[in-house]
Design a protein around this ligand. Structure first.
Ligand SMILES: Cc1cc2nc3c(=O)[nH]c(=O)nc-3n(C[C@H](O)[C@H](O)[C@H](O)COP(=O)(O)OP(=O)(O)OC[C@H]3O[C@@H](n4cnc5c(N)ncnc54)[C@H](O)[C@@H]3O)c2cc1C
Ligand SMILES: *[C@@H]1O[C@H](CO)[C@@H](O)[C@H](O)[C@H]1NC(C)=O
Ligand SMILES: *[C@@H]1O[C@H](CO)[C@@H](O)[C@H](O)[C@H]1NC(C)=O
Ligand SMILES: *[C@@H]1O[C@H](CO)[C@@H](O)[C@H](O)[C@H]1NC(C)=O
Ligand SMILES: *[C@@H]1O[C@H](CO)[C@@H](O)[C@H](O)[C@H]1NC(C)=O
Ligand SMILES: *[C@@H]1O[C@H](CO)[C@@H](O)[C@H](O)[C@H]1NC(C)=O
Ligand SMILES: *[C@@H]1O[C@H](CO)[C@@H](O)[C@H](O)[C@H]1NC(C)=O
Ligand SMILES: *[C@@H]1O[C@H](CO)[C@@H](O)[C@H](O)[C@H]1NC(C)=O
Ligand SMILES: *[C@@H]1O[C@H](CO)[C@@H](O)[C@H](O)[C@H]1NC(C)=O
Length: 571
């Protein structure tokens, strides 16, 4: 593979990125070569399809705006105790929550939500939770060709490469299982059924299990450790990190390349696709792909006029070539509702402290054997449990409850209820004149049946735990009803947000240019273009049950098959 040497291999240029306040430098990349596929963004969507397309013999360029993350790719960010190793903060499961303690140089700075802008995107910074989807996740919202039966092959492929584990420590033990034992044990007594989640993805009603992670070998694993490794072994694959795509360059609906952006000095250029047959794939995530589409003159006229009035204005594509599509609409996220319970058996482990003042014996067992608490995700996540609630509208709504040992007491657990599949809440993502993407309409609880499911799920949990000795409800308190509590939590991203954004470039047969709601067709090609595709969380038409990264990787696998089967576009 070609990694741009100055940026990805030599530390000097990379470290510029971490200097507070330093403007991003422009990648010193050659724009003379052309590529069959240019993919923008190296997250859950971008990496797998880059691998599949290069495997098929095509020349592929993967452009990532952020720096390298895990050690394998030249990442450098780490606490002192990792100094003599080839690991970074991104490799160690127990350090995954460092993004909340210190997001600088890691989180995206042009977005009003938390998102990872490093190599691997969300898959480099997330908690690694990894779920085989429930059939309803596809069948409730996805169109023809994207039903659970159609996705079975892609699912099998993804889980053969990244099987996931419920016991990430290399000795197969689960450390600090008191939270799981207390809460899981009591759910079991109340009739909830214990399952191995990814062996039984279809059993999501009153079931519980251990958290399942994409981790392998006691390290992060996932797409960065699998798909990107095989892609990089091919001469036809090129990776540019620290390189920002500004927009696609197009003549009408035919894309000829991708324009790169520099802040200040440096050389901005256009990297071109193979004439006539080349294609561009946007995998920049919900925020990044929406922004790239707007800057490329694709989206609702009000948003394109904002871009027209920004610094981009003088060089933006003319309005006679704008493609009017509902980009940014249909934004969704899991509706998150946090409750907090305490029980004397629960034991807190200070994962945040593991950065500066780790328990030395725990770093030793981790470094020597990849065992112990640091081989597990902060902040000790589990149990996970599920319920399906039928609404007054007849819709089945999926609840996914995610527990963590973290709260106001060292004996407390915060348990987040995610409302997923079946929820009908809708939001909107827009752009500002400074070219930041913002959640202008939060997607949470616009629908009464959504709210009823959230309330009913909480009541059912309260009933299931009603007779547990020594269990204290901290939130909601016992003098507050479930409905009062749910109504009291504002429907804002800061109080409800789950970082599971989807939906702003929805897939569907209903062409958004002519009154439909979809931005991409059933091959994920942007309507009105010959050769521009979106392959990331943006294309999801509706919410799914659980944390979405595995489902996004499955979409990417399936998209590769669809795109490879398309005849070359005519110019
Ligand atoms: C803190 C956190 C924890 C999470 N925990 C979990 C979890 O445990 N399990 C789970 O399943 N999901 C989790 N998620 C969600 C999951 O990681 C995301 O849903 C998923 O990564 C989205 O995939 P994507 O391909 O759409 O975008 P991303 O993974 O966000 O990738 C987009 C990439 O594009 C790059 N990019 C953007 N704009 C440009 C540009 N103009 N030029 C070049 N590159 C660009 C970005 O830097 C980024 O690398 C979490 C998310 C966050 C933020
Ligand atoms: C950019 O790379 C080219 C060749 O790859 C090299 O000749 C040139 O000196 C580099 N420029 C900078 C500013 O590093
Ligand atoms: C890290 O180094 C060890 C040997 O010290 C090697 O076995 C391993 O493959 C390296 N891992 C990565 C991700 O580079
Ligand atoms: C879920 O399980 C509960 C309790 O067993 C049951 O009453 C309910 O009908 C089930 N819901 C669905 C949608 O299957
Ligand atoms: C398109 O742009 C031209 C030139 O900037 C402007 O005169 C015209 O009003 C615009 N048309 C629309 C429909 O916005
Ligand atoms: C690593 O594992 C070996 C074999 O189980 C054990 O003897 C050794 O004590 C472990 N080292 C540490 C630091 O835990
Ligand atoms: C909670 O745990 C932390 C870290 O283990 C410890 O420093 C703190 O004193 C504990 N607090 C209480 C109230 O026990
Ligand atoms: C509840 O707490 C009391 C007093 O701390 C203790 O004696 C009892 O064993 C606890 N019961 C359970 C079921 O934990
Ligand atoms: C519940 O009780 C707490 C104190 O225990 C009080 O502060 C709060 O106002 C009460 N809430 C309601 C809705 O009565």
């Amino acid at each position: 593979m070609h990694v741009h040497s100055k940026l990805a291999v030599v530390g000097a240029a990379v470290s510029l990125w971490f200097q507070p306040g330093a403007a991003q430098t422009c990648a010193n990349v050659s724009t003379t070569q052309t590529y069959d596929y240019i993919i923008v963004g190296s997250g859950a969507g971008g990496i797998p399809i880059a691998d599949r397309l290069s495997e098929a013999g095509h020349s592929v360029l993967l452009i990532e705006k952020g720096p390298p993350s895990t050690g394998r790719w030249g990442g450098t960010m780490k606490p002192k105790w990792l100094a003599d190793t080839n690991l970074t903060r991104f490799d160690v499961p127990g350090l995954c929550n460092q993004i909340w303690a210190d997001p600088s140089g890691v989180s995206c700075t042009d977005v009003d939500q938390m998102a990872g802008c490093v190599l691997g995107g969300g898959t480099a910074v997330n908690a690694g939770l990894w779920w085989k989807p429930h059939p309803d996740d596809w069948d409730t919202n996805f169109p023809t060709g994207w039903q659970s039966k159609d996705l079975a092959g892609a699912t099998e492929k993804v889980f053969s490469r990244i099987p996931g584990t419920t016991a990430p420590s290399m000795d197969g033990k689960r450390y600090l299982s008191q939270g799981f034992d207390m809460l899981g044990g009591n759910l079991g007594k109340a009739g909830w059924k214990f399952i191995v989640p990814n062996d039984n993805p279809q059993l999501k009603n009153r079931t519980y299990g251990h958290s399942t992670f994409m981790y392998s070998g006691g390290e992060r694993g996932g797409p960065l450790a699998t798909y990107l490794v095989s892609a990089s072994s091919r001469k036809t694959f090129t990776l540019w990190t620290n390189t920002v795509a500004k927009r696609v360059v197009r003549t009408g609906g035919h894309i000829t390349g991708v324009e790169l952006e520099c802040n200040g000095a440096g050389h901005a250029g256009v990297v071109s696709v193979t004439p006539t047959t080349g294609r561009v794939i946007l995998s920049a995530g919900v925020f990044g792909s929406t922004k790239l589409l707007f800057r490329s003159g694709i989206g609702p006229t009000d948003q394109l006029n904002i871009v027209k009035n920004s610094a981009d204005g003088p060089t933006m594509i003319g309005n006679d070539s704008w493609i009017n599509l509902p980009v940014g609409y249909n934004l969704n996220d899991h509706v998150g509702t946090d409750i907090e319970i305490a029980h004397p058996d629960v034991v807190f482990y200070d994962y945040y402290g593991a950065w500066t003042k780790p328990i030395v014996s725990d770093t030793e067992t981790y470094l020597t054997n990849r065992t112990g608490p640091l081989a597990q995700a902060a902040p000790n996540i589990g149990p996970i449990f599920w319920e399906i609630i039928k609404g007054a509208d007849g819709v089945l709504r999926h609840l996914h409850w995610q527990s963590r040992v973290e709260g106001t007491l060292n004996t407390s657990m915060t348990v987040t209820q995610y409302l997923g599949t079946g929820s009908v809440s809708r939001g909107r993502l827009t752009i500002t004149r400074q070219l930041n993407t913002v959640v202008s309409t939060p997607p949470y609880l616009h629908d009464e049946n959504d709210k009823a499911a959230v309330v009913q799920g909480l009541i059912n949990l309260q009933e299931s735990l009603a007779s547990v000795a020594n269990l204290t409800w901290i939130t909601p308190r016992s003098n507050v009803t479930a409905a009062q509590f749910v109504n009291s939590v504002p429907a804002t991203p800061s109080r409800r947000g789950s970082n599971h954004w989807i939906g702003t470039a929805k897939i569907g047969a209903d062409d958004g240019r002519t009154g439909g709601k979809s931005v991409v067709d059933l091959n994920l090609k942007v309507y009105g273009t010959d050769n521009l595709f979106v392959v990331d969380a943006s294309i999801f038409p509706g919410m799914i049950t659980a944390n979405p990264s595995a489902a996004i990787v499955i979409v990417s696998e399936h998209a590769a098959t669809k795109i490879l089967a398309l005849p070359p576009a005519a110019a």
